[in-house]
Design a protein around this ligand. Structure first.
Ligand SMILES: Cc1ncc(COP(=O)(O)O)c(C=O)c1O
Length: 370
């Protein structure tokens, strides 16, 4: 069994299957935090119909993405002039850093591992603020502000909900942090890739009004379409125009744009996703706690879990794959964390039960003691 390999991202099932010498299709993925309810038949049928007509293939995408921006604007309750489209959150982060000429940026840890690469590519110096695990890695506004002042940083980049911790800053607190940051002349970039699970805490509307606040949102996770690359930024219209000037034309293809538009129109599917996720997240959190695991609170579709000091996290992670075909996200390669931390995506109840059974078996027999 391989020993050192930990994938850079969740969802790298192909690599894991090759590493472990097992079929990819036998794996259940708890590592990627994608909504386990796939896009509806109606959405897939509508796309297939458009493919049959061929025009979705033979014509260029709308250069202005008018229909998609309109759909996003009414979903996020902002004006379409505040919406920029991108083929993922990272290209939009890149565009925001360049548009605003941000040379230095504070990133509270732990954080999405791709930020570092984008900051480097943009020539933006990255300062880290190490999170406090005793406080569940919560964003502590007073510490953030003190650090921004001490470093004289031009920007702060944080995710809300945070990944991999699941920590949330509520809208009121985030707005307060924004106000202080803006008074210091600091730009806030808030990655809301998972905010659709708690839309009441989004600061998108404030971003549409402020030149110092940019929100980045994804359609890939909540709408379960990571194979189609669609994301958007909400920013003041002047900032949005500047961002678009550094995004190559036609960032999103017509099929992805149409899938996103259709998904955003399906309020019933969104409500079903939020209900199922809340129910399963609570069930899973209780089941994991009953195994003696520490489970951090979260509002998104994943839970951060910590093993007791005496357990070997890497060995457990490997055994879950090799013996039970269950893939979790080992957090050993997140800065500020170690192999005792796991991120577990919330899936359907039968799948969650498989995970809990596998963990129960491993924790109570084989993985105790380093
Ligand atoms: C916090 C966070 N932001 C952004 C992304 C990337 O989102 P997208 O698929 O829209 O590029 C991820 C993906 O895992 C993520 O965890």
């Amino acid at each position: 069994m391989p020993s050192g390999f930990i994938p850079e991202h969740g969802g790298q099932l192909r690599e894991l299957a090759a590493e472990f010498g097992i079929p990819e299709t036998s794996l259940i993925d708890f590592s990627a935090s994608i909504n386990p309810l796939p896009p509806s038949d109606a959405l897939v049928d509508a796309l297939c119909n458009q493919m049959q007509l061929r025009t979705i293939l033979t014509a260029y995408p709308d250069v202005n993405y008018t229909a998609l921006k309109q759909a996003i604007a009414s979903y996020a309750q902002v004006d379409p002039s505040a919406v920029a489209i991108g083929n993922g959150v990272m290209p939009l982060l890149d565009a925001g850093l360049r548009a605003l000429g941000l040379r230095t940026c504070l990133v509270p840890l732990p954080s999405f591992t791709e930020y570092r690469r984008v900051l480097r590519a943009c020539g933006t110096e990255c300062f880290h603020l190490t999170g406090n695990d005793a406080k569940g890695f919560a964003i502590e506004a007073d510490k953030v502000i003190a650090e921004l002042k001490a470093l004289n940083a031009q920007a702060i980049l944080l995710a809300n909900p945070q990944s991999p911790t699941g920590q949330m800053v509520c809208r009121r607190e985030l707005r307060q942090l924004c106000e202080v940051a803006i008074a210091l002349g600091v730009t806030m970039i808030v990655d809301e890739a998972f905010i659709d699970y708690a839309p009441e805490d989004s600061v998108s509307q404030a971003a549409a009004q402020s030149r110092n606040l940019v929100v980045l949102r994804s359609l890939t996770k909540f709408f379960s379409i990571p194979g189609l690359r669609v994301a958007y930024a909400v920013a003041h219209p002047e900032v949005r125009i500047a961002m678009e000037s550094s995004i190559p034309v036609w960032p999103v293809d017509s099929i992805a744009a149409e899938a996103a538009r259709l998904a955003l129109a399906d309020g019933n599917a969104m409500a079903a996703t939020r209900d199922a996720n809340a129910r399963e997240r609570n069930w899973l959190a209780d089941a994991l706690r009953s195994l003696g695991l520490e489970v951090f609170p979260g509002k998104a579709n994943y839970l951060l879990v910590r093993l007791a000091q005496a357990q070997d996290g890497r060995k457990l992670w490997r055994r879950l794959i090799a013996e039970h075909r269950v893939v979790t996200r080992c957090c050993a390669n997140f800065e500020g964390m170690d192999d005792r931390y796991f991120r577990i995506g919330v899936r359907t109840n039968p799948e969650n039960r498989i995970l809990v059974r596998a963990l129960a078996e491993e924790l109570h027999s084989k993985c105790n003691g380093r």
